[in-house]
Write a protein that binds this ligand. Structure first.
Ligand SMILES: [Zn+2]
Length: 114
């Protein structure tokens, strides 16, 4: 992901772009060996979250990216038995939707009764 002080980021709409590593926030999930990053696309200016590898995350941190940790919501353990379990993919998809207004509105339109 890094190239000196420049980070390569991948916008879900525009593809790969370059941003200053200091404009990237690495997100480490407590209790999981999973990394993602938050960045703003240099082309469409949309903020997004995307997965990355531990080695790329560590390289980005060495190049000046910020770091934050997050935890899976405690509610995951409180879900009543019988219903479908909320998966990490559900949480990550929701986080991505919350970072992208257009995608969120499109997803909500898909849920609206016809
Ligand atoms: Zn973009």
């Amino acid at each position: 992901m890094t190239e000196g002080a420049v980070a390569l980021v991948e916008c879900p709409d525009c593809g790969v772009g370059r941003v200053a590593a200091t404009e990237v926030t690495l997100r480490g999930c407590v209790g999981r060996d999973a990394w993602e990053y938050r960045a703003r696309c240099p082309w469409c200016r949309t903020r997004f979250v995307a997965p990355t590898t531990a080695s790329a995350a560590h390289a980005a941190l060495g190049a000046g990216a910020r770091l934050e940790y997050w935890e899976l919501p405690a509610e995951l353990a409180e879900r009543p038995a019988g219903g479908p379990r909320l998966t990490l993919d559900d949480v990550e998809r929701t986080a991505r939707l919350l970072a992208d207004d257009a995608a969120l509105h499109a997803a909500l339109r898909g849920l609206a009764p016809h």
